[in-house]
Design a binder for this molecule. Structure first.
Ligand SMILES: [Zn+2]
Length: 263
């Protein structure tokens, strides 16, 4: 073989071995995915990002919000133990009135904006939001974003990864927050909705609440984001609502099992 040919073969073998070693399976849906980022790398970066947020944003001391977020997150985190082995759980309510939002990061960091309580009225509803965010993490959507950023911007280094954490790790619930959403594709939202519904049910929260929350979001969508980019990549709440109805029976079975056990 000439030098060029040897180079091509070596490159192909290298690529195959990278892909083979970085394949993983999404919980609940069983989708196969490729991740070029290791769990420990991602966790390290998101931990630093969360610390920075805690330093920059006001933390809420509201007892009801804190109690609810702690109880709900704690119960869901127990259900995802095997899906997030490196998690060091931390649940924070940020004092952010008017921001109907929440996020979860790899490494077990969960942040809820106090404005979310303008929309959620029960612990079950809160559980549906937190479970959706945690599902984005266990499905390694953040890894996928970071892997993509790494592939697309190889060479531009840590800054592109930082951007990926900020957009991929910082997950959303409400359409109000923005530009970030455009980058999340429809399939990932649907996947997080499905996995989240199973997680909340297994933690003993009524999965019907996922439907009531999505119904409220569908109403908020009325006259919603004008951006075409947003609507082309982000499924409408109505579409998500229909999909959730399809998963309800399966989730109810888990919910009844969980209730019989403990809650
Ligand atoms: Zn989402």
């Amino acid at each position: 073989m000439d030098t060029k040919r040897i180079f091509q073969v070596t490159a192909a073998i290298l690529l195959i071995s990278i892909l083979a070693s970085s394949c993983s399976t999404v919980p609940v849906t069983g989708r196969k995915q490729i991740n070029l980022m290791s769990d420990s790398e991602v966790v390290k970066m998101t931990k630093a990002a969360f610390e920075q947020m805690k330093g920059q944003m006001k933390i809420s001391r509201d007892p009801r919000m804190n109690d609810w977020v702690f109880e709900v997150s704690e119960r869901i985190s127990q259900q995802v133990f095997w899906d997030m082995p490196l998690a060091e759980w931390e649940f924070i309510v940020f004092d952010a009135p008017g921001q109907i939002n929440a996020f979860a990061m790899p490494g077990g960091k969960v942040g809820v904006m106090s404005g979310l309580f303008d929309m959620v009225e029960t612990k079950d509803e809160l559980a549906s939001v937190i479970a959706h965010e945690i599902a984005h993490v266990t499905a390694r959507h953040t890894h996928e974003r970071m892997s993509q950023a790494g592939i697309l911007k190889a060479g531009s280094g840590i800054s592109s990864l930082g951007t990926a954490i900020a957009t991929g790790g910082m997950v959303h619930i409400a359409p109000s927050m923005n530009g970030q959403l455009a980058a999340w594709d429809r399939a990932k939202e649907a996947e997080a909705d499905r996995i989240g519904m199973m997680y909340m049910a297994r933690a003993g929260f009524d999965p019907n609440a996922a439907i009531s929350v999505m119904g409220k979001m569908a109403q908020m969508d009325v006259g919603g984001p004008a951006s075409g980019a947003y609507s082309s990549t982000h499924p409408s709440s109505q579409e998500r609502l229909d999909a959730l109805h399809a998963y309800l029976d399966e989730a109810m079975v888990e919910y009844e099992k969980a209730k019989a056990l403990a809650f």
